[in-house]
Design a protein around this ligand. Sequence first.
Ligand SMILES: [Zn+2]
Length: 216
Amino acid sequence: MIQQRKSPVSPASLAGKKSWDGEDVRETLYADQNGKCYLCEVCTDHFFEVEHVQSRSNFPEKAFDWSNLFLCCRYCNARKGKDYDDIVSPCQTPCEEVFDVYIRPGSKVVEITILTPDIPGANKTRELLLRLHNGKKTGMRDMKERIFFEKFQDSFSSFVIRLNKYKNSRTPENRAKVAELLTIDQPFLAAKLSVLRRLPELLEDFQRETCWNRKP
Ligand SMILES: [Zn+2]
């Protein structure tokens, strides 16, 4: 999960309070979020839904509130439901600096660590991220959760391999291969930043590439 950016002007169709997922809402969210799910950071392609951070059932008054709407994949939307209303504010929280998302070599469990205490909703968000990455009960993933984890693990490993290659041979070509996995349209950026965090000299080297929506 990385900090999100949202167009300041609310899409016109929301004013009618009839539909929260009009074409203008979808298009604006898709552009704002680079086509990625705000929770898991996977490219949604055409399989996206418009999600209410604070659920419609518990917060009906926020059903058409632009600040409450985000592009989400079906996988995450189904698991978030109305059980995680009080997560961090996606646009106001530098999520990738608050949550460390890491998998140790050989492990099948994704660790989510809160780096910055006292952020409202951080614990609940951690709980949701653990659910998305590890399944309902750690180590007991259903089929979709297993497929998601494998996708995460593949992407994570590919990044580690490219980064190690650059660490051992700092050529412009090797650097470019790391940088292309760090553009904002790429998946799992928070986890990639967590890998870099463990290699401070490289983290500094890729400072420019890892600002994303935290840019002023
Ligand atoms: Zn997702």
